[in-house]
Ligand binder design. Structure first.
Ligand code: HAM
Length: 422
């Protein structure tokens, strides 16, 4: 049998690492400048962490997307399908609710959902996740939305759009769900199977149907924004006011609904055209009540996550999106056996400051240069009997063919200058 990666998972090869690192660095810079600390939580949690948080009508539950298994002690464990629940568990367990508020936390890493695999939808994928805990003011919702926009911008995206909406307070949600149930139950027979199931469990989710017939049936119905209570409406307007004053562009989406149940009031997504049907780069919202649900104090929170694979797909669509491969600055070639020890010792010393590789065995100059070229090096450095006699290295700039004799004592200074010019 030929061994293969599990369907819906993927390897990230060395040549693909640079854009991944760019996303991580962009997130770290933007979020840490805004006062967030990084938190790393375990990849698996006791199943109840997710059962209690994502909600019984969440897509993850209804569509049985969670990887849950029994460990040897008979406890049910779940591979995390999202960060928020585990971060809340850690927040409570580590007493962070006693820290000065707000507490801002960010994370990145792999997540697992047993999804139907397609472009932008995988079984192991990655997210960058951000949460602001402890404050309920609209300015924190706006801060979260703005930081999602800015982080995507720092990744190099220019065409992402924020869709902003509100799912209201729990009473507004209940009123809207009751309204939808009343409107749609008489035509339930005509709805798609998924929407019929949603109508039973969480009617609001019917709005998110991709089925054309469903969309026709709901076209004339009211949207969640039409039924917002006074408090949720004032909150929603304040969020918009802040975003406008900070120059963060957004579009109002009166029908935004999210696949997780814990949202209240503000809900938002970032979208990008040109990456296939799964155009949502990320999403989030306010989730007051979640910390309490998980056994912590009653404390508000707001946050988001974006999918790294989808962001990388979008980055590849932008002009100049392809990242250049980075090889070593210098590749050392020993021209005789004695030089193997010499170049290896030299490489180890130089690596304190530069990227340096070397051939592990004696090479003739032609083969050595070819090897340096294949490694993606900017310069090759050859050392044999004649160079040894001069106490120098024969250095060749691979792109131009320029050749120089550089004294070993001057090598670091030479590399310093050339590195700056790259
Ligand atoms: P979510 O909308 O379930 O929210 O996921 C956020 C993003 O993760 C999506 O917009 C998408 O880009 C990416 N994503 C989700 N599933 C997959 C998949 N199977 N393959 C590839 N990418 C995927 C959450 O996870 C919430 N925890 C966000 C949040 C944080 N809300 C508050 N705080």
């Amino acid at each position: 049998m030929k061994l293969q990666a599990v369907k819906g998972t993927h390897d990230i090869l060395p040549a693909d690492q640079a854009p991944w690192r760019n996303v991580h660095d962009a997130a770290r810079t933007v979020l840490e400048r805004a006062g967030a600390g990084r938190i790393t939580t375990p990849v698996f949690e006791y199943a109840e962490v997710f059962e209690k948080s994502v909600g019984e009508s969440a897509d993850l539950v209804v569509q049985k997307e969670m990887y849950t298994f029994e460990d040897r002690g008979g406890r049910l464990l779940t591979l995390r399908p999202e960060f928020t629940a585990g971060v809340m568990r850690a927040f409570i367990e580590n007493g962070m609710h006693t820290w000065p508020m707000p507490v801002k936390l960010w994370s990145d890493g792999p997540l697992f959902r047993a999804e139907n695999v397609q472009r932008g939808r995988y079984r192991q994928f990655h997210q960058v996740n951000f949460e602001i805990l402890g404050l309920g003011q609209a300015v924190t919702d706006a801060e979260a939305v703005a930081l999602l926009y800015r982080t995507l911008e720092a990744c190099g995206l220019t065409r992402h759009r924020i869709r902003l909406g509100s799912v209201g307070d729990p009473t507004d949600r209940a009123a809207y769900n009751a309204y939808l149930r009343e409107a749609l139950t008489p035509v339930a027979e005509d709805l798609s199977e998924t929407s019929r199931e949603r109508l039973r469990l969480n009617p609001m989710r019917v709005l998110d149907s991709k089925d054309a017939r469903d969309q026709e049936l709901i076209r004339t119905l009211k949207r969640p924004l039409d039924l917002l209570g006074d408090d949720a409406r004032a909150h929603f307007e304040a969020v918009q006011r802040h975003l406008r004053s900070w120059g963060v562009p957004f579009d109002i989406d009166p029908a935004i609904v999210r696949g997780l149940d814990y949202y209240r009031r503000t809900a938002f997504e970032a979208h990008y055209e040109g990456i296939g049907a799964q155009s949502a780069l990320g999403g989030g919202g306010r989730y007051d009540g979640l910390i309490e649900n998980l056994g912590g104090p009653a404390m508000p929170g707001v946050g988001w996550a974006f999918g790294t694979e989808r962001v990388l797909d979008a980055m590849a669509q932008e002009d100049g999106g392809a990242a250049e491969a980075s090889g070593p600055l210098l590749f050392l070639v020993p021209l005789d056996d004695e030089a193997v020890d010499e170049v290896s010792a030299l490489a180890h010393r130089l690596r304190e400051r530069f990227a340096v590789s070397f051939a592990y065995q004696r090479r003739n100059p032609g083969k050595g240069l070819k090897e340096a070229d294949r490694a993606g090096a900017a310069y090759a450095g050859l050392l044999g009997a004649s160079e040894r006699a001069l106490g120098a290295l024969r250095v060749k700039h691979l792109a131009s063919g320029e050749q120089l004799e550089i004294g070993l004592a001057q090598l670091a200074e030479f590399l310093e200058g050339r590195q700056a010019a790259l």
